[in-house]
Design a protein around this ligand. Structure first.
Ligand code: NAP
Length: 475
């Protein structure tokens, strides 16, 4: 398994020789060390990306497509090994990790297909005096920064479109989960990605390295997935050089269950929306609003399902819910539950850390959660489902919109007109209507309000790595 910096097609130690520890959150054990990149390493990665840029941009789309297709096939070939690695360094249950590998690989397949569908436009100017030609060109060197919660998918969701568009890139994975990023870089090299097109840097000083790279005028694109807090810092920094930004940030998803909902489907959907990745997903249902007439039955059934989950070492075959990623996350989840309980919430199941090694918190359902509980406005990022009652449709919409975030919302109703009406009124980039999942590489993923800027996936994701060039001419 590679665990050195990947620069210009070579595996290199950091120029400082310093290394960063990587832990298994299920056991709290050291599993690897990775290089702590310096400013010189970052400059070398940009030099490599720059050296490869012109020839990669000029590589025929069909060839770029074939390489991405091959990367997809290699990810499937090695799917089990990648899943085990994700589970080891992130802690998520193996079933979730397998799901992530399939999802991650799909971005390479989708963008292999998109690479040969980069169309332009031609029109006659309204004055009739000129023809307008619009051509899409690669935006330039892209800096890609990814979080730890989907170590494979967040990387391929950026690398796939960047490479399809003809951009070279530097990937900075999260410090908790660097090993998956290195493995993907190795597969990309095997698939035929030329040296320097994809470079990977791990660092303990993300801000310092990123600032230096954003100061380099060769970097033209920043694609970030992570917290709103860090996204805001990066947007300010990117303003200095007017770097084009895509931001996939935090969420606070409402999960709305109307009185007429199919409760079996709603409970199944809530389990997926809440517990995929043990709740560590930007799309995780963070606040469950349930109509007063069905809240008792819904809450009891959800609590029963949550309490039956097998919690344990992520890499064990029978585990359904792994640990949180680190101690800080565990402490945050515990503090949010304590706060809600002190303010009057009732614990239907869970509500405590597990007494064992690893960062485990019991799957938890909270009822009667008061409006001032912190977990209704903060991202929980853990296996905790707070339930709140509502009476009227307008009230459900108002509660759903009562947040600065706007990534995704879940709506359950048998009335299609109501489902579509409410979907239009909820302020979020994505709606799951009678479904517990939205993520699909062929669809535009992204948020409104403070959940982000731009979209990943679909053709939209490709255009984030391209600039429109308008040529005015006549003949
Ligand atoms: P994070 O703390 O914001 O970190 C994300 C990435 O940014 C990591 O690689 C991190 O590096 C790096 N980083 C931290 N500070 C930085 C700085 N000052 N300059 C440049 N880079 C910096 O987020 P996280 O805890 O890893 O991930 C969880 C968050 O991601 C949640 O808010 C979740 O909602 C969001 N998320 C959003 C989406 C989406 O599609 N909207 C998807 C997944 C996750 P280090 O690891 O070295 O600190």
């Amino acid at each position: 398994m590679p665990n050195e910096l990947f620069i210009g097609g070579k595996w290199l130690p950091s120029t400082s020789g310093n290394r960063i520890d990587v832990f298994d959150p299920s056991m709290e054990k050291l599993i690897a060390t990775v290089p702590d990149a310096t400013l010189e390493d970052a400059a070398a990665a940009l030099d490599a990306a720059h050296a490869a840029a012109a020839s990669w941009a000029a590589t025929p789309p069909r060839k770029r497509s074939d390489i991405l297709r091959r990367a997809y096939e290699l990810m499937l070939r090695d799917a089990e090994a990648i899943a085990v690695l994700i589970s080891r360094e992130n802690g998520k249950a193996l079933a979730d990790a397998r799901g992530e590998v399939a999802y991650a690989a799909e971005f390479f397949r989708w963008y292999a297909e998109e690479a040969v569908r980069i169309n332009g436009e031609i029109s006659v100017a309204p004055s009739g005096q000129a023809r307008t030609l619009v051509q899409y060109q690669p935006i330039g060197i892209a800096l890609l920064i990814t979080p730890w919660n989907f170590p494979a998918a967040m990387a391929t969701r950026k690398i796939g479109p960047a490479l399809a568009a003809g951009c070279t890139c530097v990937l900075k994975p999260a410090t908790e989960t660097p090993l998956t990023a290195f493995l993907i870089a190795q597969l990309l090299a095997e698939a035929g990605v030329p040296d320097g097109v994809v470079n990977v840097l791990t660092t303990s000083t993300a801000g310092k390295l990123t600032n230096a790279m954003l100061d380099d005028p060769r970097v033209r694109k920043l694609s970030f997935t992570g917290s709103t807090e860090v996204g805001r810092v990066l947007l300010r920094k990117a303003a200095d050089s007017i770097v084009h930004c895509s931001m996939e940030l935090g969420g606070n998803a409402p999960f709305v269950v109307f009185e007429d909902a199919d409760l079996d489907a709603a409970v199944d959907g809530a389990m997926i929306a809440k517990m995929r990745n043990g709740g560590e997903a930007c799309t995780a249902a963070n606040r469950l609003y349930v109509h007063r007439n069905v809240i008792g039955e819904f809450s009891a059934r959800l609590a029963q399902r949550m309490s039956a989950l097998v919690v344990g070492d992520g890499a064990h075959a029978t585990t359904q819910c792994g640990p949180l990623v680190n101690r800080a996350s565990l402490n945050k989840v515990a503090a949010l539950v304590d706060d809600a309980r002190e303010k009057g919430a009732r614990v239907l199941t869970g509500g405590a850390r597990l007494d064992r090694a690893g960062y485990f918190y019991a799957p938890t359902v909270l009822a009667d959660v008061p409006a001032n509980a912190a977990l209704l406005c903060e991202e929980i990022f853990g296996p905790v489902a707070p339930i709140v009652a509502f009476d009227r449709e307008d009230e459900a919409v108002r509660l759903a919109n009562d947040t600065e975030y706007g990534l995704v919302a879940y709506v359950y109703t048998r009335d299609l007109a109501r489902g579509l009406r409410v979907s239009e009124r909820i302020e979020s980039g994505m709606i799951a209507l009678n479904r517990g999942l939205v993520s699909d590489p062929a669809a535009p993923f992204g948020g409104v309000k403070q959940s982000g800027l731009g979209r990943e996936g679909a053709h939209h994701g490709l255009l984030e790595f391209m600039e429109a060039k308008y040529i005015s001419t006549n003949w």
